[in-house]
Design a protein around this ligand. Structure first.
Ligand code: ZN
Length: 456
């Protein structure tokens, strides 16, 4: 965590330079007090990406009122009915698209690569809940500044840190994306990915996970998360050779759906994935061992697949080497890992695209990435997916309209259409040609409030 604290000065400087480059004092004031509805705004868009068709609309304007998109129409037509005091934002040289979503975020953890064995423990046992909440506030702002206007936070946020962060953002205390929060992950007994003396583990594990050892405990865990403010339930179906049982998974789904909460499942093994599918969950994360038959079952049941392919193509090694010198054993591990990922991940992406299963994408970014803000580190996933063979149009759709449907917010976000919340980002180039344009988001509006405008 030291890395985070050390770079605080740098962060303040970056924030200051952003302030100086902001378009207007009015937008600044609006950004600081998001509870005050901003003035009607006309965005003159060079082109708008219709993420549903994958086509550009040109010569359009976006009329924003009360935080929502009131109308999208030819600029000439809009000019007539724009209020006199409306603010105009000139994006005529840019490409506008809907605000981006990260469907697999961990805003309240920033692990260091240097402590690979127990970096989750660093956050859980080495930081207080208050420290983690403040870390989350920083990560949320950094995500938003990179164009992520919506985040689905799926664990590693203490007991209720992500729910509190969601509420703080909605109340205007801090800036950040819209958040769907899962609170604690439901796991097999022992939690997930922590290495502790089992005789001493319970107190630490309970700070981060809700271990379930029976269907009754599973139901109780869902209800406890609900009580703490969770929007959805995250389950860890498999951790090594420890599994949530079929009966427990069914109990979780039944109890969550009773409270209108979706269930999303970390599953990397065939056993974990099949258990989740059979129980009728809403989404599967990672899905390393997914088969064509499983994809077909998911499609038939309407289960989403959330791909988390951020570190393909040697990106994990590149990240780790920023802060660690690899030992010969590490080199060997990376060679094996990369051989596996380079062989399997492109095939998995192609099979997902062919299967017709509904999918979204998530970063699973839970690291303190040297030299990058959390938003910049999150945006690595776009190039990674491109390298695995996913066409830019599909990448963008997965991070906008696909994500919206996964979150059940398809009537609020994920497209630039009248009636949607005014979550709009813009890039200088052509993201359908070069999807890494999404790493360079120069304009961010959330709910009609300008967060950043570096378009000149
Ligand atoms: Zn994760």
């Amino acid at each position: 965590m030291l890395g985070i604290l050390k770079s605080k000065g740098e962060f303040v400087l970056r924030k200051l330079s952003m302030v100086i480059s902001c378009i207007s004092i009015a937008a600044m004031v609006a950004a600081q007090v998001p509870t005050t509805p901003p003035k009607p705004t006309l965005i003159k868009a060079g082109r708008i990406l219709d993420v549903r068709t994958g086509k550009y609309l040109t010569g359009q304007g976006i009329l924003v009122e009360d935080g929502k998109i009131k109308q999208v129409a030819a600029l000439a037509d809009l000019a007539g009915h724009v209020a006199k005091d409306a603010v105009t934002i000139d994006l005529s040289k840019a490409t506008a698209l809907p605000g981006l979503a990260d469907c697999h975020a961990h805003l309240l953890i920033a692990a260091l690569a240097a402590n690979a064995r127990n970096n989750i423990l660093d956050a859980v046992a080495g930081m207080s809940a208050s420290e983690r909440a403040l870390l989350g506030a920083r990560m949320a702002r950094e995500d938003l500044e990179s164009g992520f206007t919506t985040v689905r936070n799926v664990g590693h946020s203490g007991v209720d840190g992500d729910a509190a962060l969601r509420d703080a953002i909605e109340a205007g205390w801090v800036q950040g994306p819209r958040i769907q929060a899962s609170c604690r992950k439901l796991t097999p007994p022992g939690g997930q990915a922590v290495h502790l003396n089992p005789a001493l583990a319970a107190k630490v594990i309970d700070l981060e996970f809700l271990p379930v050892g029976s269907p009754d405990e599973a139901r109780q865990a869902v209800r406890e998360n609900r009580f703490y403010g969770a929007d959805l339930i995250k389950v860890v179906a498999d951790d090594g050779s420890r599994f949530v049982t079929a009966e427990e998974m069914k109990a979780i789904v039944e109890e969550a759906h009773r409270s209108k909460m979706k269930v999303t499942v970390h599953a990397t093994t065939a056993t974990g994935i099949q258990t989740a599918i059979d129980a009728g969950v809403d989404c599967i994360e990672h899905g390393d061992a997914i088969t064509d038959e499983m994809l077909k079952q998911m499609k038939d049941k309407g289960i989403f697949f959330d791909l988390t392919e951020t570190f393909a193509g040697g990106r994990l090694r590149a990240f780790v080497q920023k802060s660690v010198v690899l030992s010969p054993e590490d080199e060997q591990w990376f060679a094996q890992y990369e051989g596996f990922v380079n062989r399997e991940a492109p095939l998995r992406v192609q099979r997902v695209l062919k299967s017709g299963v509904k999918f979204a994408i998530g970063s699973d970014m839970w690291f303190d990435y040297p030299g990058k803000t959390r938003g910049q580190a999150t945006a690595i996933m776009f190039a990674s997916l491109r390298d695995l063979g996913m066409p830019p149009r599909d990448v963008i759709r997965a991070a906008t309209s696909g994500a919206a449907e996964l979150l059940g917010w398809q009537d609020r976000i994920g497209a630039i259409e009248s009636g949607m919340l005014a979550d709009v980002v813009a890039v200088s180039g052509d993201p359908l040609e070069d999807v890494t344009e999404l790493e360079r988001v120069h304009f961010v509006m959330k709910g009609g409030v300008v967060v950043k405008n570096e378009i000149h």
